[in-house]
Design a binder for this molecule. Sequence first.
Ligand SMILES: [Zn+2]
Length: 213
Amino acid sequence: MDKLTKFTREELACPRCGKVHLCDRYSVINVTEKPELKEKVLLNKLFVFKCDACGLTAPLTYESVYVDTKKKLLFYLTPERTENTEKSLAMWEKVDAGQKRIVTSLNDLKEKILIADNLLDDRIVEFMKIEHLKQLEKEIKDDNLLDILFDYQGNQYYFMLFFEKKGIGRIPVSQEYYRDAEHRYSSRIGRRPGDRFMEINMKWAGDIVFKRN
Ligand SMILES: [Zn+2]
């Protein structure tokens, strides 16, 4: 399996004004080979459609594999799992990597990158989110919590909260809390699973916390 960056240049008509643009569609993004692509992903400059004629900016998420050869990361972005996805996943499964993940959105991909940048275990982070749900009980009753995402600034970790009505909020998460959670959950998750693709999200953590108790 070739792990190097691969893209095709495709014509894409603007859904608003019809102007045809040439867009680069990446099937493989290798950020060890092309570090600038990592920045583009994080700044929402890669999975996006921009029309210079009418000004439309719209997210453009498609199936793509994010590879960090140096950090041994393989993140498979798939908004929609099809038969072809499964075939492609089976091929990528043969590739050696320390961490293999399936993500379904650009935000989830970005979160995995940020977690890996901080050398944290994404499974522990998902357990911490589940614990935060209890603290947010009252707010969740009044508003719909759409998502919780890890973020950081310098040495400070955060959880970004996305509420339907209230919008975006941010709560600080201490490094001590992470270490504590790591200690408490380590027996539940065993060693770091690297050789198989996993979808690690709040559903995964919730299933372990609520169903196995
Ligand atoms: Zn347009």
